[in-house]
Design a protein around this ligand. Structure first.
Ligand code: AHR
Length: 484
């Protein structure tokens, strides 16, 4: 059985939006404290920002980072984290039952984001707080001066506004675990009214409404429909969250997790477009996959069953090669939907189900899932192309028979480079042929591959015959003769 893919510039999906390669920093576990921020660490700067972690974040190629939660945001008072450190309160965070020192807050995050070269994406608390706190936070971040909140920021030593573009209206508000969870009706109304006030402060911001916490929620799709019936005119995006647990289903189904992500994305698009038809609107709602990853969630201990701690080590999953192949495939699925899905945030960035891990006082290192993310973020440029693909199939417990090989391509019109992202999620090797009839001058110049048993990507010698080993992820770079 062989796979064949045909590339043509006419099979265009959409431009690659850099925001697809986002990540997420939550005040959870050791993502912030001893993750990105650790005063006294040998690599920390005068503000306590770990430079070893910043170097890895830049290497990962992250473009935008969502902050400060997550479940954490739904009981967070943003005012606690600004102003003189000595005056900041120590609080019990109810989301994770952790002690929060507030030594790190909004302005520290913005400084970190500028050093990391990433766009900040903020979430507001619609759990224990509401319209007023959300509007004042936009004022604190985005107005230059002359109002109470903008002048407070200036008093805190930050003269220039942070100019935050993307704002999440709460987090997972359908989840019973969420502090202050709401019904779809309640949330739809609140998100609309909060968004309205926030846009009165800064009409240029982009707003993300909470979709379902995951597609297994009993209210999935009905939640999106109801929320959008209220908020359609106010918001630009609906969020999607999804985590794939290697231990929840049969192994083949885990390897084929991107089949589930494809279906999830397409169902949210259908639901948003149903509301568009019902309301007779012309605007289309975009999708923000602002939490996604592999997570060994069945090993998770609920907050109620844990003691209260400061900086606990929470969900510090160790990833293997198969997890990296799945992450590579999830990125393929995201690119394939780039016409509607324009924001993606892998959750989370450091220590908490993360591509980057650290030891307090010690080193920082890359996990296996770092590699497919870093290469895709670096090499997916220009326009996403849909390859015509034939593939042998593999059987899975959850999805029945699915193609073993999956792929997507990007075409950088500036350099001419084609990058083809390919995965073999089956357990048999598959020879691959690439039909370049529409790119007659292109040749394979680089082939990067990682496999489940060798998760560090290695360069393969570019060959006429490409063999995709079992459970493997690849990038094929093809360049036109004249540019070599
Ligand atoms: O990323 C970990 C948690 O998963 C987030 O806080 C929450 O939004 C999701 O349920």
């Amino acid at each position: 059985a062989v796979a064949q893919l045909t590339l043509d510039p006419a099979f265009r999906i959409a431009p690659v939006d850099p925001r697809l390669f986002g990540s997420f920093v939550e005040h959870m576990g050791r993502c912030v404290y001893t993750g990105i921020f650790e005063p006294g660490h040998p690599s920390a700067d005068d503000d306590g920002l770990r430079q070893d972690v910043l170097d890895l974040v830049r290497e990962l190629g992250v473009t935008t980072v969502r902050y400060p939660g997550g479940n954490f945001v739904s009981n967070y008072r943003w005012e606690d984290g600004v102003g003189p450190r000595g005056d900041r309160p120590r609080r019990l965070d109810l989301a994770w039952r952790s002690l929060e020192s507030n030594a790190f807050g909004l302005n520290e995050f913005m400084r970190w984001a500028s050093l990391a070269g990433v766009e900040p994406m903020m979430a507001v608390n619609l759990g224990t707080r509401g319209i007023e706190a959300a509007a004042e936070l936009v004022e604190y971040c985005n107005l230059a001066d002359g109002t109470a909140a903008a002048d407070l920021r200036r008093k805190h030593g930050v003269a220039q506004p942070h100019d935050v573009r993307m704002w999440c209206l709460g987090n997972e508000m359908d989840g019973p675990w969420q502090i202050g969870s709401l019904t779809a009706e309640e949330y739809g109304r609140l998100a609309t009214r909060a968004g309205h006030a926030m846009r009165r402060v800064d009409p240029t911001i982009e707003l993300v409404a909470c979709g379902s916490s995951n597609s297994d929620m009993p209210t999935f799709a009905a939640w999106e429909a109801t929320v959008l019936e209220h908020a359609y005119d106010q918001v630009d995006y609906i969020s999607l969250h999804t985590y794939y647990d290697p231990e929840k289903h049969d192994e083949a189904s885990f390897r084929a997790s991107a089949v589930d992500l494809d279906g999830f994305i397409e169902n949210v698009i259908s639901t948003a477009d149903h509301v568009r038809a019902k309301l007779r609107r012309s605007k289309r709602i975009k999708l923000s996959l602002d939490e996604w990853n592999v997570w060994y969630q069945s090993r998770f201990t609920e907050p109620e069953d844990r003691d209260i701690e400061e900086i606990p080590a929470l969900i510090e999953d160790d990833y293997n090669g198969t997890d990296a192949v799945v992450v590579g495939n999830l990125l393929i699925s995201m690119l394939r939907h780039a016409d509607r899905l324009t924001v993606g945030c892998q959750a989370q960035l450091v220590n908490v189900i993360a591509p980057i891990r650290t030891r307090a006082g010690g080193e920082a290192w890359r996990q296996t899932i770092f590699h497919p993310f870093a290469h895709t973020a670096r090499l997916a440029r220009g326009t996403v192309l849909r390859p015509a693909l034939t593939s042998p199939s593999m059987s899975t417990g959850r999805f029945g028979d699915v193609p073993a090989v999956d792929a997507v391509a990007t075409h950088d019109e500036q350099t001419g480079r084609l990058s083809v992202f390919v995965v073999n999620r089956g357990t048999e090797p598959v020879p691959l042929t690439v039909d370049l009839r529409a790119f007659p001058r292109h040749r394979l110049t680089q082939h990067l591959a990682l496999t489940s048993d060798r998760p560090e990507p290695v360069e393969q010698a570019p060959a006429e015959e490409i063999l995709l080993p079992p459970v493997s992820w690849h990038v094929l770079c093809l360049t036109p003769e004249e540019s070599r």
